[in-house]
Design a protein around this ligand. Sequence first.
Ligand code: PSU
Ligand code: MN
Length: 306
Amino acid sequence: MFTYTPSTDVKRAMSASLPIVALESTVLTHGLPRPQNLYLARDMENAVRENGATPATIGFLDGTLHVGLDDPQLERLAGEMDVYKVGPRDFATVIHQQASGGTTVAGTMWACKPAGLKVFATGGIGGVHREAPFDISADLQALATIPMIVVCAGAKAILDLPDTLEYLETMGVPVVGYGVDEFPAFYSRDSGLDVSVNLETPQEIVDFAKAHWSTGMQSAVLVANPIPAGNAIPKSVMEPHIKRAIQDAHDKEIHGKEVTPFLLQRVSELTEGKSMQANLSLLLNNARLAAQIATALRNTDRRNQV
Ligand code: PSU
Ligand code: MN
């Protein structure tokens, strides 16, 4: 296993077996404009703390993988202009170049392996892109192979959601709706698509994940937590903006890892910032739920030990 540097808080939480929630950092470096990205990072960390867990925002600074960033480090990563978007294939690049970068969902999950972290909150996972069937986010590969509980608000609505769910089924990743039967679509609570199971409480999610892993399965459990109703934008309102943004990406010949950041930013412009507000709201909502799940997981492990 490779090495990582835990923050003081994370080290303390690890040695006392306290609940920890991993947080990604591509959303900071590539997903949101400044300075909202830094405010969001702090708000997510506070949301985790208020719900009884220790936040571990993960990212690379000068080639070192940090599991938990202290506030000056968070400020630095959120303020850097030219940093990498670090998926699994970019780990060697940033280590070799001693560079900095925000880890994607897949990159963050990979970093959680040596750190032994089991619960992770993000906004929306990557997936299969529309009209580009071979542009499949490495997030799906990570979900297929790393046993963690990942809390999201569904897959980003800019994606092909039916194909994304098909891929997750192929790879043996259960998709849990948190109190819902319908797979949420990031900005919207509706998608017309089914989850594989509807669970109502953090404890139920923990029991479900334990059952999943007791079978020897090594895949993640994906928890889809719908955006709070007050900040949701109906699918019918979002869809024309998303179509327009995808067309713009085509016209501008945006490819590869630039596609997702471009689409998120373009959709935010087209909705006059409403989609960004929705994005912030669902990120906090997921941080809260993940902290509750991490706490339930720790309590369950303690009970099982005695
Ligand atoms: N969710 C957000 N904003 C983001 C992302 C997710 O609300 O910026 C990031 C995540 O880090 C995710 C990445 O892993 O986008 C997916 O990128 P790609 O489609 O290139 O795999
Ligand atoms: Mn891609």
